[in-house]
Design a protein around this ligand. Structure first.
Ligand SMILES: C[S@@+](CC[C@H](N)C(=O)[O-])C[C@H]1O[C@@H](n2cnc3c(N)ncnc32)[C@H](O)[C@@H]1O
Length: 322
């Protein structure tokens, strides 16, 4: 952290190569990346970001091999949920979805409905984004929901009867092969990990028409700005390999007040800015996800090039520490 704060790229490199973890945190939870950023060491921020992304891409490849077939949110999917005012809670009182996300859902809906074609939303939750999608003129609107009680709630609200809407009960993993293609897709599940979203991304070359737009709830590593940047960059690179061009639009967030989280066990958002992803499927796309998966090791080892757009944005934020 001292080397990063001082902008000493050689010392940072030597430490990383000697095994110093890029994600080590000090007593206050700050990382070397935040120290470098806080003292304006742009080159070192990029160096740490590149190292972190390569390391995490490799680890992701390994962990996917190890966990094949397991269902991370099996307990959640078979337990009770409750709609309490402006929150959807699971059996552990953890927030599945909260009303403060409404402006974000509005923006996600605008992005995926821009072409007005066939639109898919994965994860109904409180149906906030579906309400916004319904305000756009789309050709069709498909919703996938895995939890039986959430599905029942959606039916109670009449979503199964709406003209142009198809409400599908099941995990996306089990039903996606029968659906598509689409012009706009939004992905926001609960109790799954980045690796599950990675698996969903692998389906995009077949699911999304050329020129189609994909977006996802960008809650990746939401308790540390540098971790959040790293995962945003990982997603951007993985999507690029699959033929999608990603940009992130910063939206100031107002969900930090204590009252927002009263009665909710898991505070799942900690940052002052939310980066809305817009990922556009290019005309020239990778033939299929399988071929793309075979490239994974190469991607993990590839030398990083260019600054990420998120990095630009981060430098406009006040330093997390100094
Ligand atoms: C955060 S909520 C979605 C909120 C939604 N975007 C809204 O605007 O209200 C996540 C939803 O994904 C559902 N879900 C979890 N795993 C899923 C899976 N594998 N396939 C489909 N839905 C899933 C959960 O039951 C939950 O309803």
């Amino acid at each position: 952290m001292l080397a990063a704060d001082a902008g000493c790229a050689e010392a940072v490199q030597a430490l990383l190569e000697a095994g110093a973890p890029w994600h080590a945190q000090d007593a206050e939870g700050h990382t070397a990346g935040e120290y470098a950023s806080g003292s304006g060491r742009r080159a070192v921020v990029q160096q740490l970001l590149d190292w972190a992304v390569r390391a995490e891409l490799l680890l992701g490849t390994i962990s996917r091999r190890e966990r094949k077939g397991s269902i991370p949110n099996r307990d959640y999917l078979s337990s009770c949920i409750k709609y309490e005012g402006d929150v959807l809670l699971d059996a552990e009182q953890e927030g599945v979805m909260m009303q403060w996300e409404e402006p974000l859902m509005k923006r996600h809906a605008e992005i995926i409905c821009a072409s007005g074609g066939d639109v898919l939303n994965v994860g109904f939750g409180m149906g906030i984004i579906d309400g916004f999608i319904g305000q756009h003129k789309t050709h069709s609107h498909t919703i996938i929901e895995a939890h039986a009680d959430v599905y029942a709630h959606a039916c109670k609200l009449g979503w199964d009867q709406r003209p142009g809407v198809r409400l599908v009960l099941g995990r996306w993993q089990d039903v996606i092969a029968e659906l598509g293609p689409f012009d706009g897709i939004f992905f926001d599940t609960y109790g799954e990990y980045y690796e599950d979203m990675h698996d969903f991304h692998e389906k995009l070359p077949k699911l999304l028409r050329p020129g189609g737009v994909y977006s996802f709830f960008n809650g990746l590593a939401p308790d540390n700005f540098f971790f959040h940047l790293v995962y945003g960059e990982i997603a951007r690179r993985e999507l690029s390999r699959l033929g999608l061009e990603t940009s992130y639009e910063p939206v100031p967030m107002d969900a930090l007040a204590k009252e927002v989280w009263e009665g909710v066990q898991n505070r799942y958002w900690h940052l002052p800015v939310y980066f809305v992803p817009t990922c556009v499927m290019q005309e020239q796309q990778v033939a299929d996800g399988g071929a793309a998966a075979a490239d994974e090791a190469a991607v993990a080892g590839e030398a990083a090039a260019g600054d990420s757009q998120q990095l630009e944005q981060q430098e406009q934020q006040p330093a997390a520490s100094s």
